[in-house]
Design a binder for this molecule. Structure first.
Ligand code: ADP
Ligand code: MG
Length: 558
């Protein structure tokens, strides 16, 4: 708690933080709160999804705003209705003890009359989508002349969604003296463009490396032919223990198709996209939050603002159009101190994008093989026995039915019981086992993404202690013009040295061109090493239940 206080926050705000159970500021909060409290300069703040950006701008604004003057002083613009609702809800919570303060959300897809009425009653803070805000300005209901703070939340997303004209119009309505605060998860061309056009001498604050959320996400990918994508998805889901996550599709249509097909074969899933009514959406979200649905099939836009913090997986059924969107997607998992996995099912054509994504994320992606039917069976059987072991059965011995069961099963042999289990628990599985076709795509594109068999391990005389990180390894290779396009495989950073693998046919070149160059003023030494081999095929462990399917009609005992 004192950590927040040190940032300069007052007692009313401390009280609401206490109620919310926020004890420590996140890295981005630590940096932006004192800045906004003290300075009136513009600010670009970058931090991954889920790192508490709302409070990072919300708290200092709440502290500085004059709640006793019922004049609109701060406007927060964000790309979607969902985010709008979420942000206004979050800020209202933060303002619990800021007496008299009013926050109003305005967004499309809802009757404008109510929003007009709310604005006419007077408000201190408006949270809105650009389209609706612009509309309300044209209707002369929303007046921005007294604005002191303009927040552009997920600014790049707003531009990508085509709100440029609305933003232009809104910004000309605000006074020049305003402080513009831009918050984003990625620094893209769009962000640069906004900064250039709407901001002056903006300070830049980045909370990147410290981001625990992103640290906790691991990235995996599969490569399959386009026709096998759905079959591969099913196998991956069957293989994974306890998936609770979002499956991303690129189009509205694809979400519908994939979710329908999954439902047909018994998965508990539903689709979320822009054309679903608000009522339906709320219903679906509610079921998802209560884990009645384990997999939400969604478009990027529809998934914005989904506020569920314990997702185990994000699955990219197709990669997003823009590389930056991958960060947004994968940032939906690995939150709330839990680890998460971002899985991509790729077309051989897309395999090349992994390298770009790796350098954006600063992490290696692990190539995985689509499990065979046999793999899945074995895994589900293991899960079943883990489930038996983990079930608490102590009290059942005293239960009413225990006696009856024991009595009636007396004549049943152990063999018959086992057969019963196999017929019921594994009837569907048995047919899945026969499904042995190898779905993994082969060919050049895949081979280029070599597993360690095709790579050579190289040892370099720099490690974590010297400030080398994964991005650094990429930078060493990529910044050397003789080493353009060299594929980097696994990377293992040690304190004193590091080992990484590169494609076999270029290993000698890498040694030749890296040796003798400098890293932070010290000469690089690099040599072949077989250490990397021991890191190959490292698998993530896992136990517990498989992805839950709706129960099918039990089969008769044979
Ligand atoms: P972002 O905008 O960076 O994606 P949010 O502002 O939506 O992230 O915050 C993500 C989640 O983290 C929210 O549920 C929020 O309530 C919670 N949160 C924010 N700051 C803190 C904090 N200091 N301590 C604990 N939880 C926090
Ligand atoms: Mg946010």
């Amino acid at each position: 708690m004192t950590a927040f206080k040190k940032l300069g926050l007052n007692s009313e705000i401390m009280k609401s933080l206490d109620d919310l159970g926020f004890t420590e500021p996140s890295p981005i909060q630590e940096k932006t709160i004192p800045f906004i409290l003290k300075s009136e300069n513009d600010l670009i703040a970058l931090a991954q999804t889920g790192t508490g950006k709302t409070a990072a701008f919300g708290l200092p604004i709440l502290q500085k705003i004059k709640a006793n003057e019922r004049v609109l002083q701060a406007i927060i613009l964000c790309p979607t209705r969902e985010l709008c609702i979420q942000i206004s809800r979050d800020i209202t919570k933060l303002a619990k003890y800021s007496e008299g303060l009013v926050v109003t959300a305005v967004y499309g897809g809802e009757k404008i009359d109510f929003q007009i009425k709310a604005l006419k009653r007077g408000t201190n803070i408006v949270v809105g989508t650009p389209g609706r805000v612009h509309d309300l300005i044209r209707r002369k209901v929303l007046k921005l002349q007294a604005i002191k703070w303009l927040v552009l939340d997920e600014a790049d997303e707003m531009l990508d969604m085509g709100f440029k004209d609305d933003l232009d119009a809104i910004l000309t309505e605000t006074p020049k003296t305003r402080q513009t605060l831009l918050f984003s998860a990625t620094i893209s061309k769009s962000v640069r463009l906004i900064a250039k056009q709407y901001m002056t001498d903006a300070e830049e604050i980045i909370a990147g490396e410290q981001n625990v959320g992103a640290e906790k996400v691991s990235h995996e990918y599969y490569i399959v032919g386009a026709r096998d994508r759905f079959e591969a998805l099913k196998r991956i889901l069957d293989y994974l223990p306890g998936v609770y996550g979002i499956l991303f599709c690129r189009t509205r249509r694809e979400t519908g198709e994939v979710s329908d097909k999954l439902k047909q074969v018994g998965y508990d899933t539903d689709a979320l996209h822009g054309e679903i009514s608000q009522i339906m959406r709320t219903k679906i979200m509610d079921r998802f939050k209560r884990k009645q649905i384990h997999l939400l099939v969604a478009t990027d836009v529809a998934a914005r603002g989904i506020d569920v913090s314990d997702l185990s997986h994000v699955i990219n059924y197709s990669l997003p159009g823009q590389d930056e969107a991958y960060t947004h997607r994968s940032g939906r998992t690995g939150r709330a101190q839990k680890s998460g996995v971002s899985i991509s099912i790729l077309n051989p054509r897309d395999a090349g994008r992994i390298k770009r994504l790796e350098s954006i994320i600063g992490k290696k992606f692990e190539y995985k093989k689509v499990p065979s039917g046999e793999d899945i069976c074995q895994k589900q059987i293991d899960n079943f026995f883990a489930e038996i072991e983990n079930t608490k059965t102590e009290e059942i011995g005293n239960e009413r039915y225990f006696q009856e069961f024991s009595e009636r099963l007396k004549k049943t042999s152990k063999e018959d019981l086992i057969k019963y289990f196999i017929a019921n628990k594994f009837s569907r599985l048995a047919s899945a086992c026969k499904n042995t076709r190898d779905l993994n795509a082969k060919g050049k594109a895949v081979n280029a993404r070599m597993g360690s068999e095709d790579g050579v391990g190289l040892k370099i005389n720099f490690g974590r202690k010297h400030g080398l990180d994964i991005k650094g390894v990429f930078a060493l290779i990529n910044s050397n013009r003789n080493l353009k396009g060299v594929e980097i495989g696994k990377i293992n950073l040690m304190p004193e040295y590091s080992v990484f693998s590169v494609e076999k046919k270029r290993a000698d070149e890498v040694i030749k061109y890296l040796k003798g160059t400098n890293f932070r003023g010290k000469k690089i030494d690099v040599s072949k090493s077989n250490m990397i081999a021991s890191y190959a095929g490292k698998r993530r462990g896992g136990s517990g239940r498989g992805f839950r399917r709706k129960r099918k009609e039990p089969r008769k005992v044979r």
